[in-house]
Design a protein around this ligand. Structure first.
Ligand SMILES: Nc1ncnc2c1ncn2[C@@H]1O[C@H](COP(=O)(O)OP(=O)(O)O)[C@@H](O)[C@H]1O
Ligand SMILES: [Mg+2]
Length: 287
């Protein structure tokens, strides 16, 4: 399939209808427990849908099953029951284009920034000149034009994540999955990347499903925040964040939503899943 001009796809009409692009229906998943008898239930009936162009964040306690969910949507892991439907097709069946970006992305050290972005395009059979043009577009999108010919070891952590984002978007996926993509960055770089991903979303109107364990990040970025319970994860609550961007971190509505989610998350985090009882001794770090 020829790669359409990224300007015509990504920068314009993806959001015209705002129809549903992703449906997760009563999804259940257990992992085989390591060295123990039986299975570890991780997802316990996850149900939600995402509209085209929407930026949805998922937050939940560590180990509740967030990465498992993203891996399932990306087609990297199997599931026990339920459904994951992308644009009306069960995942796997139609091979929808879904890209996942992790905390530490495996860029190819022997390739330049341009080479890394072109790699996947080459796999898709896109001709050389077209590849070069697409790579240039996306390098510009993530503000890395001066580093187009730099190698990975010459880049900072934030720049590497920009390359990963550009590489993912250059494939023109229907959905961009991000699993704690800024989790390994220092606070300042993380803030810059949070602004950057909002601008990228604004320009490309790409559907983004973004996992984080940072409440402020979830509320600052998402059109909607989905809060998971402790494992096995269910959806505890969803919050619509109907605030204009760029968002003011002091906005009382934003702060109010952060506090409400913190309270709910604290309940989940203090739940000791190994004993099945609430353990009030475990506290979240101070805000
Ligand atoms: N492949 C696997 N095999 C066995 N257990 C797993 C596997 N992947 C994850 N787990 C376990 O499943 C639970 C959920 O993991 P994960 O989805 O990574 O959580 P989160 O991303 O919310 O921190 C954890 O207890 C984890 O140890
Ligand atoms: Mg995880």
């Amino acid at each position: 399939m020829a790669q359409p001009n990224p300007k015509s796809i990504s920068y314009s009409s993806a959001n015209q209808e705002n129809g549903t692009i992703l449906e997760v229906k009563d999804l259940k998943k257990s992992h085989l427990s390591n060295g123990k008898k039986g299975k570890l239930q991780v997802l316990d009936g996850i149900d939600f849908s995402v509209r085209e162009g929407e930026f949805v964040t998922i937050i939940g306690p560590s180990g509740c099953g967030k990465s498992t969910l993203l891996n399932i949507i990306a087609g990297l892991e199997s599931y026990d029951s339920g459904d994951v439907i992308v644009k009306g097709h069960r995942i796997g069946a139609a091979g929808p284009d879904i890209v996942i970006i992790f905390q530490e992305d495996a860029l190819f050290p022997w390739l330049t920034v341009t080479g890394n972005i072109e790699f996947g395009l080459k796999q898709k059979g896109i001709p050389k000149e077209e590849r070069k043009r697409i790579a240039r577009e996306y390098i510009e999108l993530v503000d890395l034009s001066p580093f187009a010919n730099s190698y990975v070891h010459q880049l900072s952590g934030g720049m590497k994540q920009r390359v990963a984002i550009a590489r993912g978007l250059a494939l023109n996926p229907r959905i961009l999955l991000m699993d704690e993509p800024f989790g390994a960055l220092d606070a300042r770089t993380r803030e810059i990347m949070q602004k950057e991903i909002q601008q990228i979303h604004e320009k490309t109107k790409k559907t983004i499903l973004f996992v984080t364990h940072d409440v402020r990040e979830a509320v600052s970025l998402g059109d909607r925040v989905i809060l998971f319970t402790h494992r096995p994860a269910k959806i505890k609550q969803q919050y619509v964040v109907d605030l204009p961007r760029p968002r003011d971190s002091e906005d009382p509505a934003l702060v109010g939503t952060i506090n409400a989610i913190m309270k709910e998350l604290k309940e989940e985090t203090s739940f000791d899943t190994t004993r099945g009882t609430a353990n009030r001794a475990i506290e979240l770090p101070a805000q």
